[in-house]
Design a binder for this molecule. Structure first.
Ligand code: 13P
Ligand code: SF4
Length: 350
């Protein structure tokens, strides 16, 4: 399989760039021309020159790459089943219903004068377009703080989609107390909120989460600290607020890597993020005498990232060699326009 992937890759040469998210398994990530977090991969997709962008990541990342790519380029997701359960927690019709409610409550108008909608990269292109059209923006875990600052410069309220944890952690980091945040539950009437609560809230968080990161609990931090008193605990901001509060550092996947890279030799880390990345960190940093363990022994993998297998990558690349573009991710033109506006704003405010 490795030989077949390598020879297809060679045959495609500069026509093709393979982008790999840090959560990809070793057998796949080794073929990536570039690795990164969502932000870095979006930048790389926007700058890519070849005809084909093969995205070893999940659906919303490939959609964003397609939106940011140039005319004549195709973005390919080796397995179309590689979605994201968090992105699935916000459907565009639910978001439209929520907004309609906020407009009816007199908290904003349709142009977004009143509330700035901010969506995490982990959302559909339709939701990115929704935010773009209403004066909002996209953010990733590496620039959520800057996006919140930008949003609050426009309005006194922010609607944050779809990850309640990233929204809560980012808002709290900029000094907004928890009692000024509310959670909108799309499965409850009026989001489960009284008009009074909505009026006084500064941040309206969508009730979504990542099942991989929400598994980490405060007691995991306490346990690892009691076992290894000098350990540094670093976590992804998709973890619960209670976990992030106990951690020594919070960062995107790229940010977590940087924290370990820049630490003195001999440092030990417990990392709260997806297991393939943590295991790879363990192997790569062992050569620098740094020990990396997972924050929770039963930490689970991102099953959708894991969908991208060497077999799927091989199949996609060999088809490209034969001139067949398989599994192309193509965002509709009407959605593309406003989604691009929201993504361009994100790339500008970093
Ligand atoms: P990063 O942007 O930090 O890589 O996060 C993407 C993601 O999906 C984490 O679950
Ligand atoms: Fe989505 Fe969570 Fe997987 Fe990231 S780790 S892609 S948020 S399911």
């Amino acid at each position: 399989m490795d030989d077949r992937i390598a020879s297809a890759r060679e045959a495609l040469g500069r026509d093709c760039v393979v982008l790999g998210h840090h959560y990809q398994r070793d057998e796949v990530i080794r073929f990536a021309d570039f690795r990164g977090d969502s932000y870095k991969l979006a930048q790389l997709a926007a700058a890519a020159a070849g005809k084909y962008i093969v995205f070893c990541g999940v659906h919303f990342m490939a959609e964003s790459a397609d939106i940011l790519s140039h005319a004549g380029q195709s973005t390919i997701l080796p397995d179309l089943n590689a979605g994201c359960s968090m992105a699935d927690m916000a459907e565009i019709t639910q978001v439209e219903d929520c907004w309609e409610h906020l407009v009816a409550a007199g908290l904003t108008n349709d142009a977004g004068e009143g509330i700035t909608p901010i969506t995490y990269m982990n959302s559909t292109a339709a939701i990115k377009a929704f935010c773009g059209e209403r004066g909002g923006v996209v953010c990733t875990s590496s620039n959520a703080g800057a996006a919140f600052k930008w949003g609050f410069a426009k309005n006194s309220k922010v609607l944050f989609l779809p990850d309640q944890h990233l929204g809560r952690n980012s808002g709290y980091a900029m000094g907004i107390p928890l009692n000024e945040m509310v959670v909108w539950d799309p499965y409850l009437i009026n989001g489960g909120l009284t008009p009074e609560r909505l009026k006084t809230a500064r941040i309206i968080l969508w009730k979504g989460h990542c099942s991989v990161h929400q598994r980490f609990l405060p007691e995991h931090v306490d346990n690892v600290r009691s076992k290894y008193p000098d350990i540094r605990v670093i976590v992804h901001p998709e973890c619960r607020w209670e976990v992030c509060q106990r951690a020594d550092g919070i960062g995107s996947t790229e940010g977590l890597l940087k924290m370990i890279r820049t630490a003195p030799a001999g440092t030990m880390f417990a990392v709260g993020t997806e297991i393939h990345l943590v295991n790879r960190m363990g192997k790569e940093f062992a050569t620098e005498a740094k020990r990396v363990i997972t924050l929770d022994d039963s930490g689970c993998l991102c099953t959708t990232m894991f969908r991208i297998s060497p077999q799927h990558l091989c199949w996609a690349l060999e088809n490209l060699v034969d001139g067949n573009v398989v599994n192309r991710i193509k965002v509709k033109d009407d959605v593309k326009h406003w989604a691009r506006v929201a993504l361009d704003r994100m790339l500008e405010i970093q």
